[in-house]
Structures are given as structure tokens and as C-alpha cells.
Design a protein around this ligand. Structure first.
Ligand code: S3P
Length: 173
């Protein structure tokens, strides 16, 4: 069986858009971990954060990551993970079992622009969004750096990101 393509990386670096475009082009299943969390809980990510807190969200996220990592998608799937998935070592180990992890990156300015279009991210619901992005990026950088394969999407269109992913996957899949 072929390995899954697993897109990780900070919020608004283009994981979901790339995953959907890639899935359509390759005719494979797009699996969005955040969507599975929402389905399991019957609530939006925002509601889970508000009503149950981040610690609870991370527990459910970890459970879903484990399930997804064990599932034999035929022929393979493109999985997009929320920005915090890589903060947990075990999540990385699970996803690596049957997947090629690729970390998408982008400059903070681009993250801000893209994030403005999507207002549902609980961690970015603050007055100074740029400050929050920079702080979180700084804190999380060591975790994103652990992922060997990466693409900087700052100046790329979704189509270009898809091409890059295909190239990297063909060399590492
Ligand atoms: C999070 C990223 C979000 C979502 C949740 C927490 C994070 O996913 O999982 O709001 O901790 O970075 P996206 O990266 O798809 O925005």
C-alpha cells in the first residue's frame, strides 16, 4: 500500500486548500483531522475550545490522529492536520507510520492575510492577531522544524503547492 500524504504546519499556511486540490487531481480521499474532530464532537472547533477548553481539544485530536494513522485508505489518502498536531511527539510518530509528512510554511504577513479570510480559528481570536501569530510561530518553530520535508508557500499559488507536494512525494513516498 502507498503511504498517505500528510500535510502539517502552522495555521493558514494552505494545508486544507492544497489537500483538497491534490485529492481532486489524484482522485484520492481528502481527510481533514479538524473535520473529523468536529464530526465526533458534534460541535465546531471554536465551540469545543469555548465549551471544553484546549486541553480537551488536544485529547480528541490525539485520538483522531491515532485512528487516522491506523486506517488503511485505498489506495492512499491526503491528510491535513491542524496546526497544533505536531506539538505532540506521539502524533508525529503515529502519522509517520503510514504517511509522508510535509510541513507547509509561510511568512507571518501572509498567514495574517490568509487568516483574515477565515475567522473561525479560536487561537487567533485576539485583538492583535499579528502579535499572536508571531508569538505562536516562535514557540512552535522547533516542532515544525522536526519535519524533514517542507514547502514555503508564501509566494506560491495552490496549484504550485500541489506540484511541489507531488514532486516531494514521488521522491519520498
Ligand atoms: C490549531 C489549528 C487549527 C485547529 C485549531 C488549533 C492550532 O487548524 O486545529 O484551531 O493549534 O494551530 P488549522 O491549522 O487548519 O487552522
Amino acid at each position: 500500500m502507498k503511504k498517505n500524504i500528510v500535510l502539517v504546519g502552522f495555521m493558514a499556511t494552505g494545508k486544507t486548500s492544497a489537500a483538497n486540490a491534490l485529492a481532486e487531481e489524484l482522485n484520492i480521499k481528502p481527510v481533514e483531522i479538524d473535520k473529523l474532530i468536529e464530526e465526533k464532537e458534534g460541535k465546531t472547533i471554536d465551540e469545543i475550545f469555548k465549551e471544553k477548553g484546549e486541553v480537551y481539544f488536544r485529547q480528541v485530536e490525539k485520538e483522531i490522529v491515532k485512528q487516522v494513522s491506523q486506517k488503511p485508505y485505498v489506495p492512499y489518502a491526503v491528510i491535513s492536520a491542524g496546526g497544533g498536531v505536531v506539538l505532540d511527539e506521539e502524533n508525529i510518530r503515529n502519522l509517520e507510520k503510514n504517511g509522508v509528512l510535509i510541513c507547509l510554511e509561510a511568512e507571518p504577513e501572509v498567514i495574517l492575510e490568509r487568516a483574515k479570510k477565515e475567522t473561525s480559528r479560536p487561537l487567533l481570536k485576539v485583538e492583535n492577531v499579528m502579535e499572536r501569530i508571531k508569538k505562536l510561530l516562535e514557540k512552535r518553530m522547533p516542532f515544525y522544524r522536526k519535519i524533514r520535508l517542507s514547502i514555503n508557500t508564501t509566494d506560491l499559488t495552490v496549484e504550485q503547492v500541489v506540484e511541489e507536494i507531488k514532486k516531494i512525494y514521488s521522491q519520498n513516498g
